[in-house]
Design a protein. Structure first.
Length: 320
């Protein structure tokens, strides 16, 4: 059946949630989305639905989706993110070809409106079980550039937490430290593969202003004057995943330490402190994602806190 393609609107969130649910039954990525989750994502400042989204319709049924999310900076390369999901019943070569051709055209449109003088690379990610999508990316010329692992920790059997230094002030996240935390995140992740600075607007939408953010289970280390964040752990709880798995999981979006403090056990101690609080708050598990090529020290930090590798994701790149 030939599909009809058009940009999505916020009113399509319920139908899009049904596509994600059908895909998850086959792909088993462990990720679950409600219409509210997707509506929040669709309202992100990095996504122009009219310019950079598309939906494939079989009659009045949404069966495929693609989007291009711009970055807040190009330093020096603009790396818009490609995302897509297709109902298993419609995973044909024709749909794959349409989506990947659209990625190229829409990516160029987004780039022309944002950082037209910078080099352009399209970045895509997929779970190891998303075979059809991985094949579609490869057929379109995307190359596998990175491997990421999701690690999980059973909070019922945590190793003893390392003590925190009294050189810095430990605080739970507070909105008054919001921008200091964003600045610390941008500094800590500068130079990481595929990472770009987050603007205040994107930061609040994606992290501290997101509906699933758990400020009470996010912790900061501050300088004595409380004028700089030197380390941070930022967590979220996704009710849709709880509904799908029955497990209360704290997802750790970011663990970061400023370069001057690395190698002193600060991240290990702060993460261990966070996980102990999550356990005491009734959480059973924690999860986070890490780039294996950047992980000569990070994996060790997470393993010392009780994490083990659970899933694998791949990062794909297409230079334009």
């Amino acid at each position: 059946m030939q599909l009809t393609w058009r940009p999505l609107t916020l009113g399509d969130a319920e139908r899009l949630a049904a596509v994600f649910a059908a895909a998850e039954e086959v792909d088993r990525t462990g990720e679950h989305y409600t219409a509210a989750d997707l509506r929040e994502e669709m309202q992100g400042p990095d996504l122009d639905l009219a310019l950079a989204s598309t939906g494939g319709w079989a009659g009045d049924r949404l069966v495929s989706y693609g989007a291009i999310r711009r970055r807040d900076a190009a330093d020096p390369v603009h790396m818009p993110r490609v995302e897509a999901v297709t109902h298993p019943d419609f995973r044909t070569p024709e749909v794959a070809a349409h989506l990947t051709t659209w990625f190229l055209d829409a990516g160029k449109r987004v780039h022309a409106r944002t950082f037209p003088d910078a080099p352009l690379e399209l970045h895509a990610g997929a779970h190891e079980h998303e075979h059809w999508y991985l094949d579609a990316l490869a057929q379109a010329g995307f190359r596998r550039a990175r491997t990421f692992v999701e690690m999980r920790a059973d909070l019922r059997s945590l190793p003893p937490a390392r003590p925190l230094s009294d050189e810095y002030s430990l605080v739970a996240f507070d909105p008054r430290y919001d921008d200091l935390t964003r600045i610390a995140r941008n500094a800590a992740f500068s130079g990481h593969w595929g990472s770009a600075e987050l603007s205040p607007e994107a930061w609040r939408h994606r992290i501290t202003g997101a509906k699933d953010f758990r400020g009470d289970l996010s912790f900061l280390l501050l300088t004595p004057a409380h004028d700089e964040v030197v380390a941070f752990v930022l967590g979220a709880f996704h009710p849709a995943d709880f509904a799908g798995t029955g497990v209360r999981e704290l997802y750790v979006d970011y663990v970061g330490t400023l370069s001057a403090l690395r190698g002193r056990g600060v991240a290990t101690a702060l993460l261990g402190h966070t996980l102990a609080h999550a356990r005491d708050a009734g959480f059973e598990r924690s999860a986070l994602s890490v780039d294996t090529d950047n992980a000569h020290s990070a994996v060790g930090i997470y393993e010392r806190c009780g994490y083990e590798v659970a899933d694998t994701y791949f990062g794909y790149v297409l230079p334009i």
